[in-house]
Design a protein. Structure first.
Length: 229
C-alpha cells in the first residue's frame, strides 16, 4: 500500500505512470527481491546452447548475475565504468563465468562526463548532471561491444544505466540490434526526465516488435520480449 501511494504521489507530479504487460508469459525472478532482481524467461534462454547475456550497470549488486550463472550455468558479460563498482567486483566476485568489463554503454564511443551522485555513499553515476562533480569514463556503443566480443546476437540485455537508456535504445534500433529479452530500468524519476519520455520509448520498442511482459511494482523496471513473428 505504501509503494502504491508513493506512485500516486509521483504520478501527480508527472514522474510516474501506470502500465500493464502486453503478454502473460512464465518467467523466473533472479537476484534480490527488493532490489537488484530481474525476470528471465528461462525457456527462451535455454533454447540457445550458448546464450549471450549482457548486464550493463553492475553497481554494488551482482545478485542477479550470480544467481543466473548458478542456475543456468551461463556466462554473464558485465559492464560498469565506475571505480566503486570495479572495486566491489574485484573484492567480492570470484567466478570465471562473471566476465567484467570496465567501460559503460552509451550511444557513442569515447570518453564521457559521468556525473557523481549527490550521496557520496551511492555508486550510481549518470550522464545527467546531479549538481555535483564528474569523472571521465570510457563508453562504447552496443554495436562496438558486440563486434569486439564477436557476438552476432544477444539473448538477454539488461540495462540499469542511469538515464542513458533512451539514447541507447535509439542507437540499438538504428543498428538493427534486437536482443531476445530486454530488461530496462527507466529513469523517469530524474528531475530532467519525465514519465512521458519513458512512455514514448516503450511505444518505440513496441513498434519494433517488442512485447512488454513485466513491470515492477515500483514502476521503474520493465521486461520486454522480442517477437518478430
Amino acid at each position: 500500500m505504501k509503494n502504491f501511494m508513493n506512485r500516486i504521489y509521483l504520478w501527480f507530479f508527472g514522474r510516474d505512470f501506470f502500465i500493464k504487460p502486453d503478454v502473460r508469459i512464465n518467467y523466473s525472478f533472479f537476484g534480490g527481491k527488493n532490489y537488484g532482481g530481474w525476470p528471465i524467461i528461462e525457456e527462451l534462454l535455454e533454447a540457445n546452447k550458448h546464450p549471450v547475456i549482457y548486464s550493463f550497470g553492475v553497481g554494488e549488486d551482482v545478485s542477479f548475475d550470480l544467481e543466473l550463472i548458478a542456475k543456468q550455468h551461463v556466462n554473464v558479460y558485465a559492464f560498469d565504468p565506475t571505480f566503486k563498482s570495479i572495486s566491489y567486483v574485484d573484492q567480492n566476485v570470484d567466478n570465471d563465468m562473471f566476465i567484467m568489463h570496465e567501460f559503460g554503454l552509451y550511444s557513442k564511443d569515447g570518453m564521457v562526463n559521468f556525473f557523481e551522485p549527490k550521496d557520496s555513499n551511492n555508486v550510481s553515476h549518470s550522464v545527467y548532471s546531479k549538481g555535483n562533480g564528474y569523472i571521465k569514463v570510457e563508453m562504447k556503443r552496443l554495436k562496438t561491444i558486440m563486434n569486439e566480443l564477436e557476438h552476432a546476437s544477444i539473448d538477454v540485455l539488461k540495462m540499469d544505466i542511469e538515464g542513458s537508456e533512451y539514447e541507447v535504445i535509439d542507437d540499438m534500433i538504428e543498428s538493427e540490434i534486437f536482443p531476445k529479452q530486454l530488461l530496462i530500468e527507466f529513469h523517469h524519476r530524474f528531475k530532467s526526465i519525465k514519465a512521458k519520455k519513458t512512455k514514448k520509448y516503450i511505444e518505440v520498442l513496441k513498434k519494433n516488435k517488442y512485447q512488454l511482459f513485466y513491470v515492477s511494482s515500483n514502476g521503474t523496471d520493465f521486461g520486454f520480449i522480442y517477437n518478430d513473428k
